[in-house]
Design a binder for this molecule. Structure first.
Ligand code: GSH
Length: 303
């Protein structure tokens, strides 16, 4: 790929991988590529995910619900290795026709219910357990506004900035400038909000914080896209930094963010989660074996 001007043909065709990470699994069609059923564990909720920012949201929510004593939120978390194409198995496509993690199957009722899209999963769980979302009124409206803000905004951070800063075959000024500008604007939106409010949607911790923190908190804490915190001067957003650290210290967040994490330090990799004791007993430092199969960082993938 070169920086020379691209003259689009009249009709686009898929002729060759575009280059960059993930090019080998990118394709312009949907649907399954191979037959494989998903595993099912013993708990009412089955999570199929990976510890990317989108994946972390759901595991954090489930750990927060367990922290509040909701035993019905017990879950099995199965890793979906998106770099290997697990999201294109028949089993996964049945629960998410869009082939993206996270996806949840709620087996607590007479029939299993599939839920895909992280925002829909957070809403489902918040309503099911009556937590982290006011049942009505202005507080609910504010929380949903910020939840949907995240759904619309993070693709600019991940699919735009992160892609061109880290995953594209070469670094190019135009797209990096364009998305850095937008991400800086988003950081300012959050910083101004958090100057006036302890949490994103008001005085109470909510699914808005759970959705936004893995992306914008991760970036601010220097965990997402190496060098991006310095490049974007995230330390200048002091209220955002305060909030990012505050959420990071929550026990449920400390647990949730390492669920289905396949890379990083061995102590922060819990490949599968089936029991609360797994955080003590089954992280990779305890099992003493790195997962050789995962070669691509799972902490900020957004293709
Ligand atoms: N809007 C979706 C985005 C999900 C998403 O983009 N997931 C990425 C990982 S962060 C994925 O599964 N990518 C695999 C692929 O694109 O094939 C959500 O919030 O759940």
């Amino acid at each position: 790929m070169s920086n020379s001007e691209y003259i689009p043909p009249e009709v686009w065709t898929w002729e060759a991988p575009s280059g960059g990470q993930f090019a080998s699994i990118n394709r312009p069609t949907a649907g399954a590529t191979h037959d494989r059923e998903l595993p099912v564990g013993k708990h009412p909720l089955q999570l199929y995910s990976l510890a990317t920012p989108n994946g972390q949201k759901v595991a954090i929510m489930l750990e927060e619900l367990l922290e509040r004593g909701h035993s019905g939120a017990e879950y099995d978390a199965w890793p979906i290795r998106i770099a290997d194409g697990d999201q294109f198995s028949t089993g996964f496509v049945e629960i998410n026709p869009n082939s993206k993690i996270p996806a949840l199957v709620d087996r607590s009722g007479p029939e299993p219910v599939r839920i895909f899209e992280s925002g829909a999963i957070l809403l489902h769980l918040a309503e099911k357990f009556g937590e982290f979302l006011a049942p009505s009124g202005p507080a609910r409206a504010e929380t949903l506004s910020w939840l949907f803000w995240q759904m619309g905004s993070a693709p600019f951070l991940g699919g735009g900035f992160g892609h061109f800063f880290v995953y594209a075959p070469s670094r190019q000024e135009y797209p990096i400038n364009r998305y850095a500008m937008e991400v800086k604007r988003q950081l300012d939106v959050l910083n101004r909000r958090l100057a006036d409010s302890e949490y994103i949607a008001g005085p109470d911790y909510s699914i808005a914080d759970i959705a936004i923190w893995p992306w914008y908190g991760g970036l601010t804490l220097g965990r997402t896209y190496e060098g991006a915190d310095t490049f974007l001067a995230t330390h200048e957003y002091e209220h955002l930094v305060r909030w990012a650290r505050q959420i990071d210290a929550r026990p449920a967040v400390r647990r949730g963010r390492i669920v289905n994490k396949l890379t990083g330090e061995p102590w922060e990799q819990l490949h599968e989660r089936h029991d609360a004791s797994d955080f003590e007993l089954r992280t990779q430092d305890k099992l003493g074996a790195a997962d050789e199969r995962e070669s691509v960082a799972d902490d900020a993938i957004y293709r």
